[in-house]
Structure formats: C-alpha cells, structure tokens
Design a protein around this ligand. Structure first.
Ligand SMILES: *[C@@H]1O[C@H](CO)[C@@H](O)[C@H](O)[C@H]1NC(C)=O
Ligand SMILES: *[C@@H]1O[C@H](CO)[C@@H](O)[C@H](O)[C@H]1NC(C)=O
Ligand SMILES: *[C@@H]1O[C@H](CO)[C@@H](O)[C@H](O)[C@H]1NC(C)=O
Ligand SMILES: *[C@@H]1O[C@H](CO)[C@@H](O)[C@H](O)[C@H]1NC(C)=O
Ligand SMILES: *[C@@H]1O[C@H](CO)[C@@H](O)[C@H](O)[C@H]1NC(C)=O
Ligand SMILES: *[C@@H]1O[C@H](CO)[C@@H](O)[C@H](O)[C@H]1NC(C)=O
Length: 776
C-alpha cells in the first residue's frame, strides 16, 4: 500500500481542513467519484439544424409576459452581474458569460485561493448550519429531541471555560481505567497482570481509536446485499508518514525530533494534571516516548510494505474469527470483534476479510517479538495505546494540549493554519450528528416545493435521453434496449430522505445518546457508542439502498453506479442553481445540464461497467456490444483530437513564468462527450417543456432569448476566480481528468449547433469549429 493513510485515519477530525473523519473520507471518495462522473458523453455530433425550431429563438411579446416575482429579478441580477458584454458570445462564450466574475468576486490575498459558484453555495450552507447550531430551538422543545442534543453537544465543545477548568481530568478519570492504568501516571504500575486484550478492546471500541488495526464494514463483493467486516491497517501517528519513522534524511530526523517533543509535552501536561510528582516521573515519560515511538515505527515499517489483495473478498480468502485467532493468537480476534459488534451477533464463526493480508501476520509477529519479558512487553503496549489515545483526543482538552498539537503542526508544515475552536466544534457536530443536522437544515432552509417541482426538469431530461437513445445510430438495437431499460430502472435521490420530515423518527435515531451540555469529554465518549450502534446496525442490515451517501446540505451532484442512482441533495437545489420559482429558461441551463450529465452517465462509457442491478461487470465493455464499443471508440477519437489541440493558459507558475497547459485529450474524451451530451439533453428537455408550458415571464428590459439564457445559465455555473499559481497547479496536476472552466464551457458549446443557432454565430467565429464530431 502506498504511503497514504487516508483509509487509516480513525476518529480523526483534525484541525486541517482537508483531514476529515473516516465517514467524510469515504464521502470524499464518493464525491470525487461524482466529480469524475461529471463525465458524460455527449453528443458531439451534428444534429441537423433544421431540427431546431428556429422560430422559438425570436421572442415575441405575445408569448412572453413581464415577471413581477422576486426570484425572477434575482435571477436577472445574478446573470447581469457576471456577464461581460465587451466579449462577444461567438468569440469566447465563457468570457462573455463569466467575464465580470473576477471583478465581482475579488480574492482577498492571503485568505482566498479561489471563489466560484459552488463555493458560494457551500458557504451559504455552512452559514445556515452554524445558525442552526447556535440559534434557539425553532422546532421542538422535547428534552430528548435530537435538536437539543446536537446543540448541547456543540455548546459543550465551545465551552472553553469548562475545558480550562477541568484540563485533562475527564481523560484521566474516564480513559486511564479503560486502559488498565497507565505506566506514566502510576509509579507502581509494572505490567504484571495487565490485561492487554481488554485494554485493546476498550481503545478500539469505546474510545474509537484505530490503535493497531481498523475495523470497517464493507459491502461483501461476492454478495452485494450483505455487509462484511474488513480488517484494515491502522495505527501510527497522524503527523508522520510511514517513511518518516525510519528515514535518516535531514527532514525526517527533524520531524522525528519534533514528534518526540510533542509526545513529551503532552505526557508532561498529563502527569501534571494527574498530580503525579514522584521523582521518577521524568524518566517514565522518557520511557513512554521511546516505547510508543518504537511500536509506531515498527508498524510503519510493515504497513508501508503491505499490499492490497484484489481477491480479498473471494470466498477462499475469507476467514472466521476463530481461525484468525488460532493463526495469530497475539490478538484475541473473536473477543475483540464480538465486543465491537456486540449487537450484531458476531461470534468465532463469523467470517471476515483481510484486504491487506500480510498486515495481520506482521502485526502479530511484531507484538510477539516486542520483548521477551512479558512485563516489559506489556509496558510498551500500554504506553503505545496511551499515546494513540492521547494524540487522537489532544485537541479536545484544555488550551495547553491544543497548543502542543498546533506546535507540532507548525513544526511540520510551517504556516499556522488553524480552524479555531468554533470551526473545529462545527466539524465535530457535523460528523457526529449528520442526520440530525440534515433534518434541521431541510426544515429551516429548504422549501419542499423545490424537491417536488424539480421533477419538471428530471422527468423531461429522462424523456429526452430516451428519445436520444431511440434515434441514435451508434448503438445497436440490443445495447439500446438495455440502455433504455437501465435508465428506466434507475432512480433519483432528490433533496433528502423522506423520514427527515418526521422529527420523531430523527429523534429515535439518537434515543440512546445522552448529551450533557456541561461535559464535552463525556459527550465524545457517548458519541463513540452511538457510532458503535451504527456499525452494528449496518452489519446486521446489510445493503440498504434507501440510504443516502450525502448529507442534505452537500452541494455535490453525483451518480452512484452501484445503486443505479443519481443524487442531488437539498444543498445544491438552491439559488442560483435551482429554486422552484426561478424561470425555467435559467434552471434548465444551470441544473438541467448537470442532471443531463449525471443521468447519462449511467449508460455511458463508464456506466457500461455496471449492469442494471448495479453489479460491477467483469467484461471491460460491460453490457455494451462489441459493435457499439467500436462505434464509440471512433467517435471518442474525434473528440480526443479536438481536445488534444487545446492549449490552456497562460498561467503563472510559482516562479512567475508564463506557462500553458495542454489537455490530455485521449484521457479526457469520454468525460468531454458526457458533458456535451448533458447540455444537449437539458436543451432538448427545455424545448419540450417550453412547448407545453410556454416561456416563463421575463424581467423588463432583458434582451436575450430563452435559448440564449439557457446557455448563459449553463456557463455561469462554472464562473470562477482563482489565485493564478493555484490555478496553474490544479489545472496541470489534474490534467487527465479535468480542464479549466473556460475550456469546459467553450468546447462543448462549439460542438453544439444549437448553441451557434441561438446566438447566430457565423462560420468564421471562434465558437464555430470547422468540423464537429458526430455522435448521437
Ligand atoms: C470585461 O472584459 C474586458 C475584456 O476581457 C475586461 O477588460 C474588463 O475588465 C471586463 N470587465 C469587468 C467588469 O470585469
Ligand atoms: C418527547 O419525546 C419522547 C421520545 O420520542 C416521547 O416519548 C415524549 O412523549 C415526548 N414528549 C413530549 C412532551 O412531546
Ligand atoms: C446474499 O446475502 C443475502 C443476505 O444475507 C442472502 O439472503 C442471500 O441468500 C445471499 N445470496 C447468495 C447468492 O449467497
Ligand atoms: C511481513 O509479512 C510478510 C509475509 O508474511 C513477510 O514476508 C515479511 O518479511 C514481513 N515483514 C516484516 C517487517 O515483518
Ligand atoms: C467481443 O470482443 C472481445 C474482445 O475484443 C472478444 O473476446 C469477444 O469474442 C467479442 N464478442 C463477440 C460476440 O464478437
Ligand atoms: C488542430 O489545430 C490545427 C491547427 O490550428 C488545425 O489545422 C486542425 O484542424 C485542428 N484539429 C482538430 C481536430 O481540430
């Protein structure tokens, strides 16, 4: 496995913004997947322009009334704010639609590295959540309500006064007994009779620290309707990469010193707070640091060499817990996992998977050989577990502990990038109370009509895709039939799950969680138990396709192929993407083209790999026939040639030089086709909608046709302003999967004759290419 611990971070909401809890890591992966899915092919092709109803691009007073509503004016104002008329639409459409964004959304140097429309949505949502957390109780005053709990949790976390008062006392009182005492704090502690298995189970489960390994539930790949326990690598500190422990480079040696200083500082504070003042405490702290570091560096050595086993989930590779215990007796696997999964009926005959098979043998060998003297071995393990717990909880104690943590961060990374207590507590609240907060977000910030009326868009886009499939020539009949069936079987998750409207259902999910507004540390421990119940539930329940992989406030849209679904949470269904009362010429362009993209993605060159039920197929073509694949490859080559020709920039590299970035057209073609098709689908859907509903009212003085507004709305989703160096790094680094926004807007629109027609672009204009690729 690479030197990447993202899957190994346990209860880790750290202060760096991009280090998230495990659940967020998983969601992050999905989100990236979602972004990936932004792919979509499209239909670069040449639909004859006679298909287009030329007359509709002329506005007539008879079909268009003037609007009086707030959202229509808001839409208009938003649109005008970013437009820049000094750029001609047929010359560079992105610069026309977004040319004023940079002056409208200036970067504050030293504070912002970028601004874009999605970031604005996200910031709105964060502000709304913060208001919820710190506001009064708008909804229900029941003492046992989830709303009360999340707010009490948040305020307990913000209660610096109390944290200063108690310092590490809660940890000393609640955690040390779980670990069977502590070598640092107790001069009579000598390792004899210490129960390692018990201390390990409490560390891993009650304290939710992945000290020696990480237990996760995963979909069982041999039967996707059930979940199975998987044991992953774990352990080692969050500031050290595995290679840092043993490397002798100057940088690593400095890191090792900084890290040990951090350990020493924390242990010294802990001894002070436990009122330990015997003469040998300093020696014990030295031993503590050496022991913990020794175990960590040993884990780092074999963890960095362990490799993922592709067939870990096959029947022959699964083992029962008793077998595991027999082969690797240093850890009582049956006891450990039946303790964690105490409600899911886990026993010695429960089968588990080891995705990194050498890890467990190396780990147990390490424990076996740690020392020939059992008491010394116990001491080392006790010190190691104690350190893992301290490092994970160090930010939850009083100011000096937090400061030690910040110090090691600055030692390692240089600049002091701290979130501050408020943001930290905000992250914890989002992490532990995602469902309660989702439901409150929906209640306070979301109009149900958005969820209900967005079907205007989703239904018409789905119809448009069926029509497009029926008439296309590159798919043979068998593949077409399959694609249509797959589309029909797919589902949308829009807004939020229904149960969130019912507060008693949400409350019931937190029924066993007790929160004390005056005791933050106990709340953390209680939240761990809540997690444990959740893991048990998941394991028992198996696959649950009603589950939502996003929180309601998330601003992503995604396709999840395994469940054959497209997800658009409430967080993205807001102005300027979509509200039920915004004009349709705008919303079809903005959110409609994203829906088009994601829905089409279910059946495109990536979606072909998942069958109708969401099972990942072995064949590279998936359910596409060879003929369809061959036709697709030809079309994709044409698209690749276009993108291979694109040069982006100039950018400025960090030494101030002007540089340009080429597009990797061969890698990007599939995604490009998806994007273009998405726009076309939304456009066709809009025309169909308009035919039956007419054109929405216009604000007075607006001089664009509905078709033009559709394209402007689409482009304005991608307006951005980015720090030039960052812009360069991002574009250059992600060259295979991403193009800059200007390319992303301009090239697909060049490929669409509908666009040229709407703006009356001439053959000589930039936005009209010499040749278009044909696809659908
Ligand atoms: C509009 O675009 C022109 C040409 O690119 C540029 O010089 C001008 O600053 C832009 N206007 C605004 C308000 O950003
Ligand atoms: C508060 O919630 C509990 C659990 O849902 C319920 O049993 C009780 O009746 C509620 N009390 C009030 C006053 O609504
Ligand atoms: C898959 O798992 C489910 C739930 O445990 C079970 O009912 C079903 O029989 C299993 N299917 C196969 C093919 O093993
Ligand atoms: C880890 O285990 C593998 C296979 O059992 C073995 O080849 C390797 O030497 C071990 N590595 C260490 C550091 O113990
Ligand atoms: C389709 O192509 C694959 C690999 O290119 C080949 O193995 C397979 O036999 C082909 N199928 C048909 C029906 O021609
Ligand atoms: C790439 O650019 C060259 C030079 O501008 C042009 O002649 C050629 O037609 C372009 N190729 C494609 C596929 O657009």
């Amino acid at each position: 496995m690479a030197d990447d611990k993202s899957d190994l971070v346990s209860r880790t909401v750290a202060f760096r913004q991009w280090r998230f809890s495990i659940r967020e890591v998983i969601l992050g992966v999905l989100a990236i997947l979602g972004v990936f899915c932004f792919i979509l092919f499209a239909g670069l092709y040449g639909k004859k322009s006679s298909d287009l109803d030329a007359t509709t691009s002329k506005l007539t007073a008879a079909t268009t009334q003037q609007c009086t509503g707030k959202s229509c004016f808001e839409t208009h104002a938003h649109l005008e704010e970013f437009l820049n008329n000094s750029n001609a639409p047929c010359d560079n459409f992105y610069q026309f639609a977004c040319g004023s964004f940079k002056s409208a959304r200036k970067l504050d140097p030293g504070r912002d590295v970028y601004k874009d429309v999605f970031q604005e949505l996200q910031q709105n949502n964060e502000a709304a959540l913060t208001d919820i957390l710190s506001g009064s109780l708008p909804r229900y005053l029941n003492q046992s309500s989830a709303e009360r709990k999340v707010k009490a949790f948040y305020s307990s976390c913000l209660d610096d006064f109390h944290k200063e008062q108690v310092k590490a006392t809660p940890l000393i009182q609640k955690v040390v007994p779980l670990l069977g005492g502590s070598f640092i704090l107790d001069q009579s502690w000598n390792g004899n009779g210490w129960n390692f298995q018990d201390a390990l189970s409490k560390t891993q489960t009650d304290l939710y620290v992945d000290a020696l390994y990480a237990t996760r539930t995963r979909v069982d790949q041999t039967n996707s309707s059930q979940n199975i326990i998987a044991i992953f690598p774990g352990g080692a500190g969050r500031y050290m990469r595995w290679s840092d422990y043993t490397s002798t480079s100057t940088r690593s040696v400095k890191l090792q010193g900084d890290y040990k200083k951090f350990m020493t500082t924390v242990a010294t504070l802990l001894a002070r707070d436990a009122h330990v003042s015997d003469s040998r405490v300093t020696d014990r702290i030295g031993t503590f640091v050496d022991d913990a570091y020794e175990v960590e560096s040993k884990i780092a050595t074999f963890a960095s060499n362990t490799r993922y086993s592709r067939d870990a989930f096959s029947h022959s590779q699964k083992v029962t817990l008793d077998q595991l215990k027999q082969s690797f007796p240093e850890i009582d696997w049956t006891m450990q996992l039946s303790y964690l999964f105490n409600e899911a009926g886990v026993t010695g005959s429960t089968k588990v998977v080891e995705p990194y098979p050498t890890y467990i043998s190396n780990l147990t060998a390490m424990i076996r050989n740690l020392d020939s003297d059992q008491a010394v071995k116990n001491r080392k393990l006790n010190n190691y577990l104690m350190w893992r717990v301290l490092e994970v909880y160090v930010q939850d104690l009083s100011w000096e502990y937090m400061h030690a943590n910040r110090q090691v961060y600055v030692d390692k990374y240089g600049p002091a990038n701290f979130l501050g207590t408020q943001k930290y507590c905000f992250m914890l609240a989002k992490h532990y109370f995602d469902i309660a907060l989702s439901s409150l977000y929906v209640y306070t910030n979301f109009e149900k009509k958005n969820k209900d009326k967005v079907t205007d868009i989703t239904d018409t886009v789905k119809t448009a895709i069926e029509e497009m499939l029926t008439s296309n020539t590159w798919m043979d009949q068998g593949t077409k039939d399959y694609a249509i069936a797959k589309m029909k079987g797919s589902s949308y998750k829009i807004g939020y799950p229904e149960f969130m409207e019912d507060e008693s259902k949400v409350d019931a999910m937190y029924a066993k969680l007790e929160i004390n507004p005056k005791d933050f540390f106990s709340n953390l421990i209680a939240c761990n138990q809540q997690h444990r119940r959740e893991w048990n539930r998941r394991l028992l329940l198996g696959e649950d396709r009603t589950e939502w992989i996003f929180n309601a406030w998330t601003t992503n849209m995604a396709v999840y192929w395994y469940w054959d679904e497209v997800i658009a949470p409430a967080g993205i269904l807001q102005f300027p993407m979509y509200t039920y009362d915004m004009p349709h010429y705008y919303t079809f362009g903005a959110i409609g083209s994203l829906f088009g993209q994601f829905i089409h993605h279910l059946i495109d060159d990536r979606g072909r790999r998942w069958d109708k039920g969401g099972v990942l197929m072995k064949a590279k073509n998936g359910w596409w026939s060879n003929q369809t694949t061959e036709n697709f490859d030809k079309a994709a080559q044409c698209v690749a040639n276009i993108y291979n020709n694109v040069t982006q920039g100039p950018y400025y590299s960090d030494n101030g030089n002007e540089v340009t970035v080429d597009v990797d057209g061969d890698k990007y073609a599939g995604k490009a086709m998806t994007i273009t098709t998405g726009i076309r689908l939304a456009y066709n859907a809009y025309k169909a909608w308009q035919k039956t509903h007419g054109t929405d009212p216009y604000p007075p003085g607006l001089k664009y046709t509905p078709e033009q507004l559709f394209f402007i709305a689409h482009a304005q989703v991608f307006c951005y302003n980015r720090d030039p160096v960052w812009d360069y790094i991002l574009t250059a680094f992600l060259r295979r999967s991403r193009v800059n926004e200007e390319t992303r807007v301009n090239i697909p629109l060049q490929e669409l004759p509908e666009f040229s027609q709407a703006f009356g672009c001439q053959a000589s204009d930039n936005m009209v290419p010499d040749n278009r690729c044909t696809y659908y």
